[in-house]
Design a binder for this molecule. Structure first.
Ligand SMILES: Nc1nc2c(ncn2[C@@H]2O[C@H](COP(=O)(O)OP(=O)(O)OP(=O)(O)O)[C@@H](O)[C@H]2O)c(=O)[nH]1
Ligand SMILES: [Zn+2]
Length: 216
């Protein structure tokens, strides 16, 4: 449980007009990790039940630079589209999550190893003595509580993310898949998520004849 709450002095809000419309943007400094995170809120959340929520890990290469070797940028766009489609929801953008929590420099070291030695995202971290996934979802739980969100429909393909949020006291009513079509550049990345990290990516499963149109 993350019982710490966010002090009002560590929160600031603004309206944020975006390409998709106007959000309520909430910046907050988390009392435990000290990072400044962001939540975008759309629509009145009412009683805070069954709110469509994306908890998105920062990936500056994918989210901001349009890099194609992961699907983070595509997922960020799709999640915002889904929230706008419902007219109600929250995107929590977690800083300090870069590289599954190891930081940008270390992520780039794993990327170099993947390119040079053909290792996947898991082995490239392990070989370097780095954690495979060091992300803490406490800040997301705290801001959702601050926003009076009581239960969430969580946009993710990662079952561990739902479990981690529940460990921090978030009621996850359901998990909503956020499946992106694979690209040539992120096939290996997606396959490692499915095969090494237990993500639900059914659209990647090869059909019985061995060819895989989903990956085409
Ligand atoms: N260590 C490491 N991290 C990476 C690599 N590629 C992307 N990441 C990071 O992975 C994080 C996203 O995590 P993912 O495992 O792709 O997805 P997820 O958030 O667990 O699951 P979804 O909710 O389904 O998106 C981002 O912070 C990226 O910076 C890599 O090659 N190595
Ligand atoms: Zn990414």
């Amino acid at each position: 449980m993350s019982d710490q709450s966010i002090d009002p002095s560590a929160v600031a809000e603004s309206e944020l007009a975006t390409r998709r419309g106007v959000f309520r943007a909430v910046a907050f400094r988390d009392p435990e990790d000290g990072n400044e995170h962001l939540a975008l809120v759309l629509g009145p959340l009412g009683e805070g039940e069954d709110v469509l929520v994306r908890v998105h890990s920062e990936c500056v290469t994918g989210d901001a630079m349009g890099a194609l070797r992961c699907e983070c940028g595509d997922q960020l766009d799709a999640a915002l589209d889904r929230i706008v489609g419902e007219g109600r929801g929250v995107l929590v953008y977690l800083r300090g999550h870069e590289g599954r929590g190891i930081g940008l420099l270390a992520k780039f070291r794993t990327l170099a190893l993947q390119d040079e030695q053909g290792l996947d995202t898991v082995d490239s971290a392990t070989v370097l003595g780095l954690p495979v996934d060091a992300r803490d979802y406490g800040p997301a739980a705290r801001v959702l509580r601050h926003l009076e969100v009581r239960s969430v429909r969580l946009l993710t393909n990662n079952p561990d993310k739902g479990r981690s949020l529940e460990d921090h006291g978030v009621k996850v009513a359901s998990r909503v898949p956020l499946l992106m079509p694979a690209r040539a550049q992120n096939r290996a990345y997606l396959a490692a998520k499915r095969d090494r990290l237990g993500h639900d990516l059914p659209h990647l499963d090869p059909p019985p004849n061995g060819s895989d149109p989903a990956l085409g």
